[in-house]
Design a protein around this ligand. Structure first.
Ligand code: PGA
Length: 252
């Protein structure tokens, strides 16, 4: 099966409202003049979602958020619910990113609750997994990835899995400029696809989009995206400039 590639931009904690509007307008204009062979998602900060949705509505740029909480509403100061995200036009939500895992102590169990909630609310999760440098050096990359996938996808049905994108992001490659070699990335992607085959089915494994993330740039995108099991990219730093984000899409 040929899978259409998906390029997603994770803006992280960058761009206030004015800067967000400027970047997305530039992206929209430049993309309208290009023909790119991939789906495009942008994940700006919560505070920009409502305005950005008005700009991208009706275009091929899809909107996602960078996180959410699993409860519907209530006394959860500082948190945002799935229905709030839907109400401002989000279709996607990044869950399990290594920054909330490591900085804010998000566990596999919490991430699983968020994935379940996103699915029931009709949001499409971009579910991130990845090993730290220490784990890679100890040769336990596959064990870590397996645990994250199994725990994160607990009680997720094969039908629900169709709504999920997996992003493999080696923690040591995020924001460090150190990119995984195409072969290192491909090895883990193939491992993840095989896990999906074992846990779900061959058809599910064939269908699922597995993005690579970690210092993806226009210069390295083509080779990474040329690997058999790499179906797109989750881009941090390089998505903050329209030209470099589009440069990555051109690698599809
Ligand atoms: P990076 O971030 O491209 O800046 O390494 C990727 C990510 O964290 O999603």
């Amino acid at each position: 099966m040929s899978r259409k590639k998906v390029i997603a931009g994770n803006w992280k904690m960058n761009n206030d409202l004015t800067e967000s509007v400027k970047l997305v307008n530039e992206l929209k204009e430049k993309l309208a003049a290009e023909s790119v062979n991939c789906d495009v998602i942008i994940c700006p900060p919560f505070t920009s979602l409502y305005e950005i949705n008005k700009i991208v509505e009706g275009t091929d740029i899809k909107l996602g958020a960078q996180n959410m909480y699993f409860e519907e509403n209530g006394a959860f100061t500082g948190q945002i619910s799935a229905s709030m995200l839907k109400s401002v036009g989000c279709q996607y939500v990044i869950l399990g990113h290594s920054e909330p895992r490591s900085i804010f102590g998000e566990t596999d169990e919490l991430i699983n609750k968020k994935i379940k909630k996103a699915l029931s609310a009709g949001l499409l999760p971009v579910f991130c997994v990845g090993e730290t440098l220490e784990e890679r050096e100890k040769n336990i990359t596959n064990d870590v990835i397996k645990r994250q996938i199994i725990e994160g996808l607990k009680n997720v049905s094969e039908e629900e899995l169709e709504k999920i994108i997996i992003a493999y992001e080696p923690v040591w490659a995020i924001g460090t400029g150190k990119v995984a070699s195409p072969q290192q990335a491909e090895d883990v992607h193939a491992f993840i696809r095989n896990l999906i085959k074992e846990k779900f089915s061959a058809a599910a494994a064939d269908r699922i989009i597995i993005q690579y993330g970690g210092s993806v740039k226009p210069e390295n995108a083509k080779e990474l995206l040329g690997q058999k099991d790499i179906d797109g990219a989750l881009v941090g730093g390089a998505c903050l400039k329209a030209d470099s984000f589009i440069g990555i899409m051109k690698g599809c």
